[in-house]
Design a protein around this ligand. Sequence first.
Ligand SMILES: Cc1cc2nc3c(=O)[nH]c(=O)nc-3n(C[C@H](O)[C@H](O)[C@H](O)COP(=O)(O)OP(=O)(O)OC[C@H]3O[C@@H](n4cnc5c(N)ncnc54)[C@H](O)[C@@H]3O)c2cc1C
Length: 460
Amino acid sequence: MITTTKKSQNPNPILAWEELRSTLTGTLILPDSEIYDKSRAIWNGMIDRKPACIVKCANVNDVVSAVNFGREQQLLVAVKGGGHNAAGFAMCDEGMVIDLSNMKEIEVDPKLRTVVAQPGVLWGEFDKATQEHGLAVTGGAVTTTGIAGLTLGGGVGWLMGKYGATCDNLLSAELVTADGQVLTASPEENPDLFWAIRGGGGNFGIVTSFEFQLHQVGNIIGGMVLHPMEKIVEVLKFFRSFTQNAPDELTVYAGAMTSPDGIPMVALILCYCGHDLNEGKRIIAPLREFGPPLADMIGTMPYLQQQSMLDAAAPHGLFSYWKANQLTTLSDEAIEVIKNQVLLVTSPRTMTLIEHHHGAINNVAQDSTAFMQRNSSYDFIIISLWNESEESPIHIEWTRNFFEAMKPFFSSGVYVNALFNDEGPDRVRAAYGDNYERLRHIKQIYDPKNFFRCNNNIVP
Ligand SMILES: Cc1cc2nc3c(=O)[nH]c(=O)nc-3n(C[C@H](O)[C@H](O)[C@H](O)COP(=O)(O)OP(=O)(O)OC[C@H]3O[C@@H](n4cnc5c(N)ncnc54)[C@H](O)[C@@H]3O)c2cc1C
């Protein structure tokens, strides 16, 4: 079991719970509440943290009250959006969790093609509301992921080649800062803060609403082809050459996984979001012909179908351990190591993904936003998943061994939202590279006492 080492500064805070409760429209959940255990459960079943209280906020005023109370009582504070962060930053031991999951308002302006959404909205809910108007923005590939943590870390998804990272589409945000102020961050207002929250995570305040630019996205070509694991070397070499010529409208991931009936497979999963679907069919034809695959599940479908396709592979409550990094290139040697390691996989639930990044997400200068993974073509991620707590050591060991074996092929960059909680400050620095010092400076302005520290922490 991995638990946090971050504790409240005051081990015996005089908790004026009733005083806090009286200021809230939402709910204060204490350990004796019958909904306490349900409320502290997050996506990764391995995270078993026991906060002193959970404040289920109903509105911005509740967030301000909770921040002020946490600061005055010197509580360790964690912030929960969708609760999907695998490292478990949404929960803490002993302190206060500011839980935004009930803040779910979402308002689309179809004329301006914009949306304002609160931080409890999940990607499935967001996509449903925006697709009613034929609109979308780059978002998470699983419907239960929160828009908040994903956007604040950068945000990658099927539309990133055409429309950039999720944070590239952020127009403005409303935040509650560590001193309880409500601020707007946009290109015009507090532009330093606006730069920092586009990738800098939850370090600068609690975002209480996000305004995004949306794009016209109708039916797409999506789905996957499956190949037998024996063909992994050929499939990954094909994936490498095919993706090198992919237009911005086409994003492809390669994945090693096990089918529900226990057969190891290599998948090529894709989304073509261009408006001319006939052109898309022509472009992806070689991918469907290659092999040929054991199964071809590619077709024209609503974007919502694509966005829920992977849900069953990553359900809530399984045990999970992640390791990720960007690759310099997907060399023959790297492919050989991937083959050798995935053949040793210890859990049939586990997935190894290689995500192709190109187009709009890479056409942004590295210092334009705090999110700086703009140069790499391939993002490598091992998502280990299993059912029982006793199995944890064996799966964690396999994941670490695989990651070690891949190190010769890594660039210096890693996506902050893929970091686990055992990686240390150097890896957070690696996620921000040359942007780290600027982030530190902005942290010193908005959160000098490091009130928001249950995260991939930028130390002020
Ligand atoms: C199954 C699965 C699929 C995923 N798929 C993708 C994907 O396709 N693309 C991608 O980019 N990422 C993906 N991720 C990673 C995802 O981006 C992160 O897990 C992200 O943290 C999820 O956001 P959340 O709101 O659910 O997180 P939470 O666990 O609720 O929060 C994580 C952290 O974000 C911060 N935070 C959350 N809300 C706020 C807020 N309102 N204000 C300030 N800080 C806040 C806090 O520091 C918090 O501790 C996936 C994760 C999982 C588990």
